[in-house]
Design a protein around this ligand. Structure first.
Ligand code: GAR
Length: 220
């Protein structure tokens, strides 16, 4: 059983997806603690409902970024966390933290990185006219939304999509992608070499790290 520490800032739907996955028989991970950097994060309720230890560590209470991160780190060490999962955690982490948790720290981002890092992702995808988007689960490095990619899910962008409709379609994919990536890590199948990941589940990793919509020609 891999012990997860989940960091959130808001709604917490990805946290809920991880809680649901961990409740499935045979899932090789469990959530040891949840930390929010603000007390109004709605996701805290999901942790409480599932009787998972949940903490609020407000970044505003600390004089420096590293002091805040030391508090996160201490809480996770206390709960024997082995893999930190950022789930809508909207604070940039310093190199001190990302190096301390190197290859034991993952993030989910609602685009096909390296395209569209940052915020307002879905509007940017629509403005650009991209035909596909999706989400990315990756190991975290100090640069924002950057690090070895573990798994990506592709979803189509449709002509009449609004930002909200597209966000909802990507979020549905996120809720499958994040537990799938955590499962692969917990099963010891993900190796990082030269800043790329290799998935040891099959001979070539094919089909494991990609979800994709059917092409038009495949449709009835
Ligand atoms: C998710 O869409 C996640 O991919 C995104 O924040 C949302 C959190 O939703 N994260 C980022 O943009 C990180 N750069 P949730 O709180 O319902 O899981």
């Amino acid at each position: 059983m891999l012990n997860l520490g989940v960091l959130i800032s808001g709604r917490g739907s990805n946290l809920r997806a991880l809680i649901d996955a961990c409740a499935q028989p045979g899932f090789p991970a469990k959530i040891s603690c949840v930390i929010a950097n603000n007390g109004s994060a709605k996701g805290l309720d999901y942790a409480k409902d599932a009787s998972i230890p949940a903490f609020v560590i407000p970044h505003k209470d600390f004089a420096s970024r590293q002091a805040f991160e030391e508090a996160l780190d201490a809480t996770m060490e206390k709960h024997d966390v082995q893999l930190v999962c950022l789930a809508g955690f909207m604070r940039l982490l310093t190199a001190w933290f990302t190096e301390r948790w190197r290859d034991r720290l993952v993030n989910i981002h609602p685009s096909l990185l390296p395209a569209f890092p940052g915020v307002d992702v879905h509007q940017k995808v629509l403005d650009y006219g991209a035909k596909v988007t999706g989400c990315t689960v990756h190991f975290v490095r100090a640069e924002m939304d950057h690090g070895p990619i573990i798994l990506q899910a592709v979803v189509p962008v449709l002509d009449n999509d609004t930002e909200e409709v597209l966000a909802a379609r990507v979020l549905e994919a996120e809720h499958k992608a994040y537990p799938s990536a955590v499962r692969l890590i917990a099963e010891g199948c993900v190796n990082v070499f030269n800043e790329r990941t290799f998935i040891a589940k099959t001979d070539d990793g094919a089909g494991i790290a990609l979800f994709s919509p059917p092409l038009f020609s495949d449709r009835p």
